[in-house]
Design a binder for this molecule. Structure first.
Ligand SMILES: Cc1cc2nc3c(=O)[nH]c(=O)nc-3n(C[C@H](O)[C@H](O)[C@H](O)COP(=O)(O)OP(=O)(O)OC[C@H]3O[C@@H](n4cnc5c(N)ncnc54)[C@H](O)[C@@H]3O)c2cc1C
Length: 292
């Protein structure tokens, strides 16, 4: 691969494919590099696409008919935030308070659940990312999968002229880094230092197959309808973050997102407590010993 492009986009996630789609439609000679075998193979998110304008941009503006053409799961009719207590001793039950657009706290402006855009859907990224990348390709963008950008190619004056990849060097007038939050290219460009725990959240997500009927019965949904459930509060045991349940057609996306620094703090504190419990027996066992 030694062709020269106008623009080289690293990463075929939503930002990379959206960028390439917009450029290709405007006649720009653009290539997307994607490390996965197919776009979406390596991507995870809770699974909600906020379809209408957020801060001036939105999927609906880029792909006006996305609601009929994209691989969407369920339309979200309500976003609910549940504040959960820690589990009651012994019983394993929780106390909770639910906030939604209709709840008093929202109506009095004490808490906002105004993140819904009216065009929000649950999605599975493996399908959604492939769909969006394919639109970019249909518009004329090139897509090179199983291609990892390794580093930036720079002139002596530091200006970026392309990237080195696992398949050779590629040159372009402009490189757009859409390789996600853990990007090393952005560090190599001198635009950001190495991320530290307080800047990072870690997310874990599972998808459970349950069947449409049971999902609708348990979450009290009409056929095909969806809702977004977010959980905050004491049940996180002092870790900053939240948990979520998002219903898809016949699966549930369930996950937890937690800030790295509070996770490290909580683990260390617990570890310290474990250490304390061992103090008494250890003192007896280790009496008279020396650290080697
Ligand atoms: C648990 C969790 C839940 C979330 N829930 C939501 C949600 O419900 N709704 C929402 O809007 N956002 C959610 N997010 C955030 C969302 O995942 C990100 O904002 C989104 O994925 C960013 O898209 P992106 O295209 O910038 O990057 P990414 O989705 O990270 O895509 C980057 C792409 O670049 C590729 N890549 C990486 N490095 C290279 C390289 N060197 N060379 C070539 N290719 C490379 C990757 O394979 C990937 O395809 C969630 C995040 C997490 C972790």
């Amino acid at each position: 691969m030694n062709r020269e492009f106008d623009v080289l986009v690293v990463g075929a996630g939503p930002s990379g494919s959206a960028c390439a789609l917009h450029l290709a439609r405007n006649g720009v000679n653009v290539i997307i590099l994607e490390t996965g075998r197919v776009p979406g193979e390596k991507n995870a998110s809770g699974g909600i696409v906020y379809g209408s304008d957020v801060g001036g941009f939105g999927l609906k503006r880029l792909v006006p008919d996305f609601e009929t053409t994209a691989p969407l799961e369920r339309k979200i009719s309500s976003h609910e935030v549940h504040i959960l207590s820690a589990p009651d001793e012994g019983k394993g039950t929780y106390r909770y308070y639910t906030l939604s657009r209709k709840s008093l706290a929202s109506r009095f402006g004490l808490f906002s659940v105004e993140f819904e855009t009216g065009h929000d859907y649950t999605i599975l990224r493996s399908q959604f990312d492939s769909w969006l990348a394919n639109l970019a390709v249909e518009a004329g963008a090139a897509l090179s999968t199983e291609t990892t950008a390794l580093d930036l190619l720079k002139e002596d004056d530091g200006s970026v002229i392309g990237v080195s990849t696992t398949k050779g060097e590629l040159r372009a007038k402009l490189v757009v880094d859409c390789s996600g939050v853990t990007s090393t290219l952005v560090e190599s460009a001198g635009l950001r230092g190495t991320l530290v725990p307080r800047q990072l959240y870690h997310g874990i997500k599972h998808v459970y197959r349950l069947g449409a009927e049971k999902i609708e019965e348990r979450l009290r949904l009409r056929a095909g309808e969806g809702k977004a459930l977010t959980y905050l509060g004491e049940f996180m045991l002092g870790i900053n973050g939240n948990a979520f349940i998002y219903p898809n057609r016949d699966t549930l996306s369930v996950g937890v997102v937690a800030s790295m620094d509070s996770m490290i703090r909580a683990t260390t504190e617990r570890f310290d407590r474990v250490g304390k419990l061992l103090d008494a027996p250890l003192t007896t066992f280790l009496k008279g010993s020396r650290a080697s």
